[in-house]
Design a protein around this ligand. Structure first.
Ligand code: OGA
Ligand code: NI
Length: 340
């Protein structure tokens, strides 16, 4: 529990050694505003939305959605309750704290990846919404409304993900229910990220460069900027659009589409002025689900570029984030799979 950053006022003046990353790992982002992520208005006509999502997905692997159907009040409640949770007195949070990665629901600090010793400026409350029942009895009981608010949010975020997956299927010529079932039905994992103000943002990161290992991720980015996305060899800063979600493809979507859609690296920067909160909702396949390139993406002149693997085995192979100095060194999926 003493690892939790937000409980440690001594961090106000300098960052402890473990957080200082080698300069080569900290290439700064391009000046804000040079490239912005596409914004897809989901209230446009279906053909237009389908096209916009596919174009944005192919170009960036990341996009923002507005008019997505999740009520504004749900977002405000979610932000408020997450904030209240991190403000609770330490003893109320202590029993949730755990470094045991096999625990579905836990409070922890640093990264969720094996990072070979490097530490990251993030506290995280991870809650798993089990499917199909959604039994949230093991979730925190304080703040009192947390289970209701986060449970409701998880269902709506999952609904949005399902809709986007269906639009992608239509756009790519897959049967519309391709992603229904085990491939999206393992669990919904909700990471409530809290990045406290950092005295030296140029020397550390909130999250290391990584690709999400799931199928698709719906991020509530919060009002404070921090997310940075790899684009053409640079890092670009994502300027949050009010009431939007950031959507990005997980590695499983890259595998299914045989690389037509890419799971793109991203990282979280810190800042010294304000704490930042974000909520990442991951749509995770069942461990036993066998995932490989769909036959629609393989054929003469189009050999499979990825192995077909049980998702549980895939995860074991991608546990280590080995920070490289170049942008795409660390999660090169094809190379990783060759080593197995
Ligand atoms: C994540 C993630 C980005 C952010 O949780 O996987 O990439 O902006 N979060 O917090
Ligand atoms: Ni991520």
């Amino acid at each position: 529990m003493e690892n939790m950053l937000h409980l440690t006022p001594s961090h106000a003046s300098s960052i402890p050694d473990g957080f200082v990353l080698p300069a080569g790992h900290l290439r700064p982002a391009t000046a804000a505003g040079v490239v912005s992520l596409p914004v897809v208005d989901m209230s446009s006509g279906r053909d237009e939305v389908r096209r916009a999502i596919l174009d944005a997905g192919k170009e960036h692997g990341f996009f923002q959605v507005i008019n997505h159907g999740v009520p504004e009040q749900v977002l405000r409640d979610m932000e408020a309750v997450c904030h209240e949770f991190f403000q609770l007195p330490a003893p109320d949070k202590a029993e949730l704290y755990s470094e045991d990665k096999s625990k579905p629901n836990r409070l922890f600090s640093g990264s969720s990846y094996e990072t070979l010793g490097e530490r990251y400026w993030r506290d995280c409350l991870r809650l798993v919404y089990p499917l199909p029942g959604g039994d949230t009895r093991d979730w925190p009981h304080k703040p009192q409304r947390l289970r209701e608010v986060v449970g409701n949010y998880a269902v709506l975020a999952r609904g949005l993900a399902t809709e986007i997956l269906r639009l992608l299927c239509e756009g790519m010529g897959l049967r519309p229910d391709y992603f229904v079932g085990d491939i999206s039905g393992g669990r919904v994992a909700v990471d409530i990220n809290h990045y406290p103000p950092c005295p030296n943002p140029s020397r550390t990161l909130g999250l290391p460069p990584h690709c999400d290992r799931d199928l698709i991720t719906i991020l509530l980015p919060g009002a404070v900027p921090g997310l940075e996305v790899a684009y053409k060899g640079e890092w670009i800063k994502v300027q949050p659009v009010p009431n939007s979600f950031v959507v990005n493809f997980g590695l499983q979507l890259e595998v299914v589409t045989n690389g037509m859609l890419k799971s793109v690296e991203h990282r979280a920067a810190t800042n010294s002025a304000a704490a930042r909160m974000s909520v990442a909702t991951f749509i995770v396949p069942a461990d036993d689900c066998v995932i490989g390139p769909a036959e629609e993406f393989v054929g003469e002149g189009n050999p499979p570029c990825y192995r077909t693997l049980r998702f549980g085995d895939f995860k074991r192979m991608h546990n280590v984030v080995n920070l490289g100095s170049s942008l795409n060194q660390i999660t090169n999926l094809k190379n990783n799979q060759e080593e197995v």
